[in-house]
Design a protein around this ligand. Structure first.
Ligand SMILES: Nc1ncnc2c1ncn2[C@@H]1O[C@H](COP(=O)(O)OP(=O)(O)OP(=O)(O)O)[C@@H](O)[C@H]1O
Ligand SMILES: [Mg+2]
Length: 298
């Protein structure tokens, strides 16, 4: 770029960046984003430093999922299945990481920073011979291990009862805003103390053909919130603040900060606006009514 061109573009670039920051200034969204970035970097460092590994196959249908042990450390390694539409990837590693990151930022801002496990794009070490079925140099999603947790469908009833209302509400907002279409009990991990982890973000923002699961965190679900959410005012104040920040941000800032594509950011913002206008329960019901066939509730 020539000096003259730079003189024109540089101030514009700076102005655009400060406009982005201004969109979320004071809302804590940028802090949540920085926390998530730091967490991801730490996870990647731990993965890159890990040696003497052992692999256990775990799943899966939408992804090939294994647990990797390295000394006292454990990682989840996922290889999401690629789905193409007109040569464009609509599901796969990139989409999965993108949605996980947006969910992490949202959860952090909703004061549930641990609810969505950290995840990063990483490669299987080129020298590894003992990581079968993971091939050396393969690009994968490395995810923080949830530790001593059980899938919600296998967890004792007391563990489910111990899941706080705050987590239920935050998870309902995360699932609505990211249009999570596979939030069955198997895709929720619960610990003895009632702390939950949301896993398996592959099917979101419309990327699901066939029957859809209504999120178990929506009212009436096994882990559904139990407070009355008839108006926006029924939500706790910090949640209202987060939803308000999303509802009034520009699409550019929203896409940029949460790492989403524009159409995804648009959907997220429109859900935030509906929640603000008609309350969480009515906004969820309105959204669920637009979905195709649903899996029957269990
Ligand atoms: N972060 C995690 N921590 C601990 N265990 C995990 C984590 N992520 C996934 N798992 C385990 O691996 C299993 C499969 O993972 P996931 O749900 O992401 O893939 P999937 O393709 O849906 O597989 P399946 O169709 O078999 O459910 C989960 O049911 C869970 O037991
Ligand atoms: Mg699953």
């Amino acid at each position: 770029m020539r000096a003259g061109q730079q003189a024109i573009w540089l101030p514009l670039l700076v102005a655009a960046q400060s406009a982005l920051a201004a969109d979320f200034a004071g809302s804590g969204v940028l802090r949540a984003e920085r926390e998530v970035t730091a967490r991801s970097e730490k996870l990647l460092q731990r993965w890159n430093a890990a040696t003497s590994q052992e692999v256990k196959q775990l799943g899966g249908r939408s992804a090939s999922v294994v647990e990797v042990r390295a000394g006292s450390e454990r990682f989840i390694v996922r290889q999401p299945k690629r789905v193409l539409n007109n040569d464009k990837e609509v599901r796969g590693l990139t989409q999965c990481l993108r949605v996980n990151r947006a969910q992490q930022i949202l959860a952090a801002k909703l004061e549930e920073p641990a609810m969505v496990p950290a995840a990063v794009r990483a490669t299987v070490p080129a020298t590894s011979t003992n990581l079968s079925p993971l091939q050396p140099d393969l690009e994968v999603m490395v995810m923080q291990h949830a530790g001593k947790a059980k899938s919600a469908n296998e967890a004792p009833y007391e563990w489910i009862r111990a899941v706080s209302e705050h987590q239920r509400l935050a998870a309902a907002v995360v699932d609505l805003f990211s249009e999570q279409r596979d939030r069955k009990m198997e895709n929720i991990l619960v610990r003895r103390d009632g702390r939950i982890r949301l896993i398996d973000p592959d099917k979101s923002f419309g990327q699901q053909q066939g029957a859809i699961y209504r999120s178990e965190f929506f009212a009436g679900g096994v882990l559904g919130y139990e407070t009355t959410q008839a108006t926006f005012a029924n939500l706790p104040q910090p949640m209202r603040e987060t939803i308000g920040a999303v509802a009034q941000s520009s699409l550019v800032a929203l896409a940029e900060t949460f790492g989403l594509l524009k159409p995804e950011a648009q959907r997220m913002r429109s859900h935030a606006r509906r929640v603000r206008k008609i309350g969480l329960t009515a906004a969820i019901d309105e959204y669920v009514a637009t979905l195709g066939p649903l899996h029957p509730p269990r």
